[in-house]
Design a binder for this molecule. Structure first.
Ligand code: MD3
Ligand code: FE
Length: 223
């Protein structure tokens, strides 16, 4: 098995994306290639169930822009945005209902991926589910709405590939790039937790399991 242990000294990291590869992005951040591939069908089925109760929707930023990524959540709290700001909310503002429970297959995968980077006993409170269609993007940001700034964010890529860029701790730090493929899991914790990152506009395509979309459940320890 080909294990990439690059520390990312060049600005573009396109390691061969074979299942089992580990693309090292920082001391406490890596892409685990194909880590969720065995569970992909179960993950997609769980997302379908969750989004029946809590439909994917385009949130509005505090600045008044409609996000191109559609979002939903499961877990104790969910990430939401509106004109008042960003926050974690125990209820879905669209329905007034609690968010759907985090499925066991989500918890297990997040725990195993976090453990692979040395974060043992990871129990996320929230899972933000992102859906990209061609053209959708996520602009440069840090994830700083969680009280726990050390516990990792674990992110699963399903469906069409996405060009992901991750920078440093200042907005202007030059980013490195990598493509996130179906089945890949990324883990970002500790010293890498506050890196700036963005996702380039999704390219057109047709994925055998998911069609013209990318689904990206991202696990967070909020409290
Ligand atoms: C680096 N999602 O939901 S996943 C997000 O692919 C988000 O949809 C992207 O950024 C997506 O906030 C990126 C990879 C990822 C997730 C969280 C991170 C990278 C991260 C947190 C800190 C640094
Ligand atoms: Fe993010």
């Amino acid at each position: 098995m080909n294990r990439i242990e690059s520390t990312g000294s060049s600005s573009d990291l396109f390691g061969p994306a074979a299942p089992g590869d580990r693309l090292v992005l920082g001391p406490q951040a890596a892409v685990l290639r194909g880590f969720s591939f065995p569970q992909a069908d179960a993950l997609v089925a769980a997302i379908e169930r969750i989004t029946l109760q809590a439909p994917l929707r385009h949130l509005v930023t505090p600045g008044g822009f409609r996000m191109s990524v559609a979002m939903s959540n499961c877990g104790k709290v969910g990430w939401v945005s509106d004109r008042r700001g960003y926050r974690y909310d125990p209820r879905d503002p669209d329905t007034g209902l609690p968010w759907p429970q985090m499925p066991a297959v989500f918890l297990q995968l997040a725990r195993e991926a976090a453990a692979a980077l040395g974060f043992s006993g990871y129990v996320p409170d929230a899972c933000l589910i992102n859906r990209y269609i061609p053209g959708a993007r996520m602009s440069l940001h840090q994830d700083r709405d969680e009280d726990d700034a050390v516990a990792p964010i674990v992110s699963v890529s399903l469906g069409l590939p996405a060009r992901f860029q991750f920078g440093g701790f200042a907005r202007s730090d030059p980013p490195q790039r990598c493509d996130l493929l179906h089945g890949d899991v990324t883990v970002w914790g500790g010293v890498d937790r506050m890196r700036y990152h963005d996702v380039m506009p999704l390219k057109e395509g047709e994925h055998p399991l998911l069609g013209a979309q990318r689904l990206n459940p991202t696990f967070r320890k909020v409290f």
